[in-house]
Design a protein around this ligand. Structure first.
Ligand code: MLT
Length: 201
């Protein structure tokens, strides 16, 4: 997958996996690294799907309606890419922390829904529930931060609450953070994500 890798202070330390929103690229979320952990390794990936020229991480049938078959295929593709990237660059595969926005948060959520060991923790900004009616893996020891907007037209409040409940039921430690905002990524939630990140042991 097209990506940027930047080695940080310690290859055994955390690697931030950056996942952009629809129409974004692997450059988009790089400025967040200075807020979250400027010493971390960074793996920023571009989604392999093109929707009318806009990169995404998986296909959708309509706004908010996901192509489940493609979602499953693309989630596996990203999972395998992470394994390969860890081998190629030498970072610790067990210490990957996803930071995703919108469509990127949804593929990060899908990694958690399908694989026990895809990431160590995840900061999900304006995510939806990737799939319903599936049994999640055991997510004990996983920490998840969810940032949601009370006026988000793409992710209604119930969607964020359902996602929190599914992940919590699977054993994850979930923080749900609300901003009086819409779907955009905003400074308040980035600061809250920084606080969550600093408390990861
Ligand atoms: C998605 O398709 O992943 C969500 O609707 C968010 C978006 O990318 O617009």
């Amino acid at each position: 997958m097209k990506h940027i890798f930047r080695e940080g202070d310690d290859l055994k330390g955390p690697t931030l996996l950056l996942l952009h929103g629809t129409g974004g690229t692997e450059e988009d979320l790089l400025p967040l690294v200075d807020y979250i952990d400027s010493k971390a390794n960074v793996l920023s990936v571009r989604g392999n799907v093109s929707e009318n020229g806009m990169p995404r991480f998986f296909k959708r049938l309509a706004e908010g309606v996901f192509d489940e078959e493609d979602l499953i295929f693309r989630t596996q593709e990203l999972y395998e890419f992470l394994d390969q990237a860890a081998e190629d660059y030498g970072f610790d595969r067990q210490n990957v922390i996803a930071v995703g926005y919108s469509n990127g948060a949804n593929i990060a959520g899908s990694l958690l829904f399908h694989y026990k060991d895809a990431v160590r923790a995840a900061s999900l900004h304006h995510p939806m529930v990737p799939r319903r009616g599936v049994e999640l893996p055991d997510l004990t020891d996983k920490s998840v931060f969810i940032a949601a907007g009370t006026n988000d037209p793409i992710c209604p409040a119930q969607e964020s609450e359902d996602l929190q409940a599914f992940l919590t039921d699977a054993g994850a430690d979930v923080t749900l953070h609300w901003e009086s905002q819409g779907h955009q990524l905003n400074l308040g939630e980035i600061k809250a994500s920084m606080n969550w990140y600093q408390q990861l042991s």
